[in-house]
Design a protein around this ligand. Sequence first.
Ligand code: GA4
Length: 335
Amino acid sequence: MVVLVAKPTIEQHQIPLIKSPKQSTFLSIIPIIDLSDPVSASTSMVKACSEYGFFKVTSHGIPMELINKLEAEAVKFFSLPQIEKERLGQPNPFGYGNKKIGANGDVGWLEYLLLDITSKSKNKSFISSFLSEPSSTSFCAALNEYIAAMRRLARQVLELLADGLGIKQRDIFSKLVMNEESDSVFRVNHYPPYPLLQGFNCSLTGFGEHTDPQVISVLRSNNTAGLQIALRDGSWVSVPPDQESFFINVGDSLQVLTNGRFRSVKHRVLANGMRSRLSMIYFGGPAPKQRLAPLQQLMEEGEQSLYKEFTWFEYKASAYKSRLADNRLAQFEKQ
Ligand code: GA4
């Protein structure tokens, strides 16, 4: 008997296609910050955050061994049979997710693990059931060690940013994400290959365009391209992958704290079709009751706040009602 199985079509997944980037968009304008020279790092970081809201850090001191260990555990997890991963339930928003991003209809060509890493979190049910499987002990150990390293790196970057802005209180930004109640998230994204697209000159949307709501995001990916950032003129630039460095994104909260001096960068990921991409992102967020408003230390005489006051709790509640591409800060802007 011959069983005809319909070839999976792109439309079937309802995932938007994007024209593949020209090689020229890879021409790198991405600022590279060498952390071994803190004085020049702080000045160039401020420039990068104002111009792009994005930069790459080198000489970060995080051992490749630790990075590779977590990557290998993640690859092992995503290689599990689909049924086993699905047994973990639907993300709410934390957990294992496949193609659906958030709760409002966004989709992408990826599967992911989204973890609540707030130290005081009571919402640990997903992590504990997932991590209580004997097979995940080594994943759990690698995650804990890696997340601790991400917190330290975020702290270092945020302190250098305070230095670069000439703020005496070095921990003005970093204390927001180092606080025990800081609402931080960790995400591992796996963009599987999609070879059927070969020859079509287009890519599937892996993760649609958006800005990150938190203060800062620290991303590391394997050597597969896909990440793009939007410049001020709206054009997209491809970020050449570099598995030995970390990429830093300014989030919406840091844009507010700096009264728009720093730019929360719009970014997206294209699934390139031929090779799988794996990225691991730490999102450093404030505590729920943290009030978000431009820092007094930065305001010049007569300068008005661009934003109405709000707490991270309020911002997050409204962010979770939004679609990925929405301008989430718009409703908090002063007219
Ligand atoms: C974007 C940044 C982080 O990945 C994330 C995402 C979150 C989710 O996947 O649950 C959101 C998205 C992100 C912003 C708008 C809402 C919430 C999906 C979505 C449609 C974990 C986050 O904090 O905000």
